[in-house]
Design a protein around this ligand. Sequence first.
Ligand code: PLZ
Length: 426
Amino acid sequence: MTTNTELHRRREAAVVRGVANILSVYAERALNAELWDVEGRRYIDFASGIAVVNTGHNHPRVRAAVEAQLQKFSHTCFQVTPYENYVALAEKLNAIVPGSEPKKTIFLTTGAEAVENAVKIARFATGRSGVIAFSGAFHGRTMLGMALTGKVAPYKVGFGPFPADIYHAPFPIPYHGVDVADALKALDHLFRSEIDPARVAAMIIEPVLGEGGFYVAPPEFLQALRRICDENGIVFIADEIQTGFARTGRMFAIEHAGVEPDIMTLAKSLAGGFPLSAVTGKAKIMDAPGPGGLGGTYAGSPIACAAALAAIEVIEKEKLCDRAQQIGQLIRSRLRTMQEKLSCIGEIRALGAMVSIELVKNHNAAEPDADLTKALVQEAAKRGLVILPCGVRGNVIRFLAPLTISDALLEEGMDILVAALEHIAH
Ligand code: PLZ
């Protein structure tokens, strides 16, 4: 039998250091909210491959759709001989992305590519170059993705210079002393000191910061940004790559704020575990670049489009938005009980099933405990639970269970979390 140790030894010899592994257990198979490693150990999965399998690992409907497509063809390239499921999926996204104006969609393969294309389109449509992103943001690992990302280590260190004309404004985080008024004041200052708003093509924001620490943007902040974009002819891009597809209890997180973005970037749970990303937005903006300006060899793979049509149907039929609310409530109530006992849980945050805890010393927001966070991830894994860290300070644990998880597994996962944290907390 292959062991985790043996595979890890081979991995270290063959694969670069730059791509880190949270755990050194090697997956053998996965089903819904559970996975098994090569040694036959079973894990409850509260990571979902970083928010990719909201519909669970290997959902039977997604799998059947992929198998059916495989019988026909796996690749022709949409730019060469197009196919129906790309068009059908574009129609579906145009219908479900918020906004009453006519919409259009392009498919790419990764989240970073979706972000790249959203900015390309916004620049072409406005004839402007400036882009405003927010501190703590994560938008990908390409040159532009890194430029937009608002966290230096490890994402940007040593990789510059980055594309020019990108600016960062503070993301409001009341827990760290930045409220909506402070953030808006800083944005106003940016417009006075750094860039004329008339030169800004786009603002890009995650409605809930993902890699940055699961901080929920207050609705009034997103509404204010919408107004500022309208007043200045700036394209509002909502990056819903991590927040999308029922994770937060709505199909898209921005719906909680009642804001209609001009463009939305999508990936991760769009295709239930297959590599696919999308940019959906107002047709008049999306159609600005001319034929040939956008595309990609694998972009909108027919296998991934088939998976996405099935995954979205699962989200709708199995009412996963409602389920996300229930999951969020269950996790939150378990976390509140823990918080009463442990001084290390500084803050519990949740929007639907996008839940996190920020780990600190002595109840103090200014004393982040990244070591405890790292130790908790490892201790939980030893006990059979996969969880993920995040946060600009590395001290946030995020919960991203598949939305198809049963209550029994959810409770079992939370039992493991409680036991692991009680075991290591000081
Ligand atoms: N935008 C909001 O969350 C990807 C990154 C993991 P790609 N987040 C996981 C890592 O360490 O690389 C992400 C995101 C938001 C864009 C992206 C980028 O998506 O599919 O990883 O390119």
